[in-house]
Structure formats: structure tokens, C-alpha cells
Design a protein around this ligand. Structure first.
Ligand SMILES: C[S@@+](CC[C@H](N)C(=O)[O-])C[C@H]1O[C@@H](n2cnc3c(N)ncnc32)[C@H](O)[C@@H]1O
Length: 268
């Protein structure tokens, strides 16, 4: 398994948000550039030179909104009791090193090639990784009250794989655990900009060996989760996942109707 190209593209989009977009900032991912390692210059140049292009602006909107939403939900979860933070398909997500999570064990789950690129970049930047466990994708999680962030991954799995993972999580995690994931909407639920984005970005992802393999409407995602004991707490769109004031802006960042987020809790 090669290093995930989509993990680099998502992280470049979060890093570029601070360089290309104006206020208000939706996410302050000040470690993202460091996590790109030697590829930072190359990947950020696209955003610096063509930042208003709808695909690049769309990538920034998707990635910063999903992380901002998940991180806000995580903060509330951690506030309510002893917690573990699990990043499923962690890629180069910098949240374990950015957020104030004292005493919260963190587990990053991804393929070893992507993890070793991340660990090299973390070491080169002098970022402390104590408190973080790096685990392979086939890990079975022990029962514990956990917040599972599953961002930018579900579209690369088949519907059956998504449902199997949701069932596995329900079978192993403690009641009260929470899950946040983003899912690409079926074409009729997208707007024109969302369909343009899907056509172009899914072709690039497929060419890089990471084809998009599932879409979920909010209704279908909720039904699938409820089959395995999850209660849906929220299913915001890209527009509604962050405060409305975040879209009062003069730059190119727009909330595409392309993907939604689902936040669910494992019933007691
Ligand atoms: C688009 S990246 C998203 C990374 C990160 N969550 C983010 O938001 O930037 C997708 C990640 O999912 C990982 N991935 C793909 N299939 C996976 C699987 N079956 N289990 C866990 N991770 C997987 C890839 O290696 C890659 O790092």
C-alpha cells in the first residue's frame, strides 16, 4: 500500500486555508504545512497560484468544515467524561497535536505507509507524539468510551464495508461512544457545483488508486446506523456544520452541496 495521495491533498487544503482565504478562519490548522513535509511547497503552490479555482476552493471548504465540526463535537464529548480519541483513516490530520486533550489517549489508525510519512514529518518538525498510538487498519478497538473521527474515508469504501465498520464499532466500543463521518451525497442531492467537483475530483482520486465507492443520503446513513444501535445526533450540510457567520466572506470559499456530515452516538 502506497502513501495516500488524498491524505496529502486534504492536508494541503487545510494548510492553504490559512494562506489563501481571508477571514473568518473556519479552522486554524497551523501544523498542516509541517505535516506535508518535503511536499509542502509543491502542494501549496497550486492553492497559492489558483486559489480561486472552484475545485481548490471546494477542497478547502470541505476539509476545513468537516474538521471544524468534528473537533467541536470532540471538545464537548471530552468535557462530559473520561474519553479516548480515535482517528479512523487519520491521514495527516494534525488534531492530536493541536488540540488541548490532557489525559485523553489518542489512537491514529491508517495504513503503515501513510503513518510513516506522517511520523517522519512530525519528527522533523519536533512535534511530541507521546500519548498517541499509531495502529494498523485491521485493529480491533478495546471497549472504552471513545470519540471516533472518520473523516474523508467513507467515500473510498463500498457501502458494505462502511456498514461492516459501523457494526464492528458498535460491537466493540462502550455505550455513549460517538462517531463523526462525512459522506458524499448521491448526485440528485448535490448542487451543480457539487456535481462538477465530484466528477473532477473522483477522477483524480481513481487515477491515484483511491476511487470513490459509496455515496450516502442523510436518510440512508441514519437508517444504516440505527440498524447497529447508533442514534443520529446531527446531520449538517457543509453550510450548516459551522456557524452561519463563517460564510459571510469575500474570498472564494463557498459551501458546496456535495457532502454531509453525520454525528451519531452509540445507544446504552
Ligand atoms: C482523504 S484521506 C483523509 C485523511 C484524514 N482523515 C483527513 O481528514 O485529512 C483518507 C485516509 O483514509 C485512509 N484509509 C483508506 N482506507 C482505509 C481503511 N479501510 N481503514 C482506515 N483508513 C483507510 C487512507 O490511507 C487515507 O489516509
Amino acid at each position: 500500500m502506497q502513501t495516500s495521495e488524498t491524505a496529502f491533498l486534504a492536508t494541503a487544503a487545510r494548510a492553504a486555508h490559512l494562506l489563501v482565504d481571508g477571514p473568518p478562519r473556519i479552522l486554524d490548522d497551523h501544523l498542516a504545512t509541517a505535516l506535508l513535509g518535503p511536499r509542502a511547497g509543491e502542494l501549496l503552490a497550486y492553492h497559492r497560484q489558483h486559489g480561486d479555482h472552484p475545485i481548490l476552493a471546494g477542497a478547502r471548504a470541505q476539509t476545513v468544515v468537516r474538521s471544524a465540526f468534528a473537533e467541536a463535537a470532540l471538545a464537548e464529548f471530552v468535557h462530559r467524561g473520561p474519553s479516548r480519541y480515535v482517528l479512523l483513516g487519520a491521514g495527516l490530520d494534525s488534531s492530536p497535536y493541536r488540540l488541548d486533550l490532557p489525559g485523553v489517549p489518542i489512537v491514529e489508525i491508517d495504513h503503515p505507509a501513510t503513518q510513516s510519512a506522517k511520523r517522519a514529518a512530525l519528527a522533523a518538525a519536533g512535534i511530541d507524539t507521546s500519548g498517541v498510538t499509531f495502529a494498523p487498519v485491521d485493529l480491533s478497538l478495546p471497549s472504552q468510551r471513545s470519540f471516533v473521527s472518520w473523516l474523508g474515508v467513507v467515500m473510498y469504501l463500498s457501502p458494505a464495508e462502511v456498514e461492516r465498520k459501523v457494526a464492528d464499532l458498535a460491537a466493540t466500543l462502550a455505550p455513549g461512544s460517538e462517531l463523526v463521518f462525512d459522506h458524499v451525497l448521491p448526485p440528485p442531492l448535490r448542487d451543480a457545483a457539487g456535481n462538477d467537483y465530484a466528477a473532477q475530483v473522483s477522477a483524480v482520486a481513481a487515477a491515484g488508486g483511491e476511487p470513490w465507492r459509496s455515496t450516502w443520503s442523510p436518510t440512508d446513513a441514519a437508517a444504516m446506523l440505527s440498524r447497529h444501535g447508533w442514534q443520529v445526533l446531527a446531520q449538517p450540510s457543509t453550510r450548516t456544520a459551522v456557524p452561519a457567520a463563517m460564510w459571510e466572506r469575500t474570498d472564494a470559499l463557498r459551501p458546496l452541496e456535495l457532502a454531509a456530515l453525520t454525528h451519531a452516538r452509540l445507544a446504552a
